[in-house]
Design a protein. Sequence first.
Length: 461
Amino acid sequence: MFEVLDQRQSLTRNQKRIVAAAILGDMLEFFDYFLIGFVLAFVVGPWKLTFLQSAIVLLSSGIGAMFGAAFWGWMADKIGRRPVFNLTILNFSLATGALYFTPDGGWIYLTLLRTVVGFGVGGLYCVDLPLVQEFMPASKRGFIGGLVTAFIPIGVMIGSLFGAYLAPEVGWRGLFAAGVLPALAVLVVRMWVPESPRWLVRQGRIADAKRSLAWALEMDPKDLPDPTPAECVVVKTSIMELFKYPRSLFVSWLGNLGAQTGVYGVTLWAPTLFVLVLHVPPAEASKAMIGLTVGGVIGRFSFSWFSDKAGRRKAGGLLGFGAALFIALAGIYHGEMIFGVSAFWLLLIVAFFFADGGFAVVGPYAAEIWPSHLRTSGMGSAYGFGGIGKVIGPLGLALVVGSSNVVKPEATLDAIQPAFLYLASWFVMAGAVYFFFGIETNGRSIEQIDAQLKGVPAVAE
């Protein structure tokens, strides 16, 4: 049945609508997710928050996302992609709305609800990508998967605009109220997207699967062939089954850990380092971060294209080794100038092209290399495991630079070179894992990947 889908070389209008809805959803929900950074700037002074309290508030959503990705990913394999997607939106929409009622000084209330928000957003990301992939032909799957992630930084930019221009008018509570509206809008837009036909087939719901696929391909369900016996195999989902696919687990978990640790560590220090290296006030340092964001956005579009042209293993290797090289160079030559412009800033822009841009591969690939009955469980577990980088990144930086502050080690000029070499090592690990141990999925149908995983060799082909 699915060979009809994989033989297509172009997308129908309905498939394009699925992609557009996914892009809109991820963009707006990550705007909601990162809103706390802008809110905290307004309350940290009036609430007299300590550094530790502020750090706990900021980390809470990331911790929630780790557990949410694993839980909702498992649920999506159990009860379906569509209901879980809707539940994740309700999850963080209601939690964001409840943040409007945060009492003054109520940082514990804020922390608990931000954890719930992260729990929902982590789940949305790990359910949305597999749902889109299962509607796409093999020739477009890598590009479309990366494209969906490419707009996430734009959501963060929207959040910064809200923080700069809307917050002075409506206050920080108004920002939380505004965050509910995009979430509910996405829920309305996505109501017409049907359940994944591949998930339906594995539940034995053949007629429903044909209707879903026929809707996506804009054809009569009667014109679709019956699924093959291999496509119809009903497999019960158990979280312990993840360990029956050690190579998928090794590649997706360590790839995510290396990429997330490296990006989070650089992002943690970059604004402070721009103040020290560029000798500019904090406001100007924030503007310098825009260059890094632009580099990341361009990188995401580029890696979306490259992963389908050169393959996932080469794209993963390039993101890891490329990011490692330019992060290391930024650390070594942080005091140099290139044509009157800071080499540190320019090298970090290029580094973010690989480091952040590579997430157009990291996320979608973590879903592709798991068998169909474990796709969202596997991706969710990998994303959750990678989230440990939010802890070991700062902890490692503290050990490298000799700081006693393991939440946000103090950034100094003397610490730049050893710290950036440390962060580069995480990207080397990610690049090596993807390139030498990755399972190539480029150009292969999901059914071919499933068959391959039953007897995948120990090293990359």
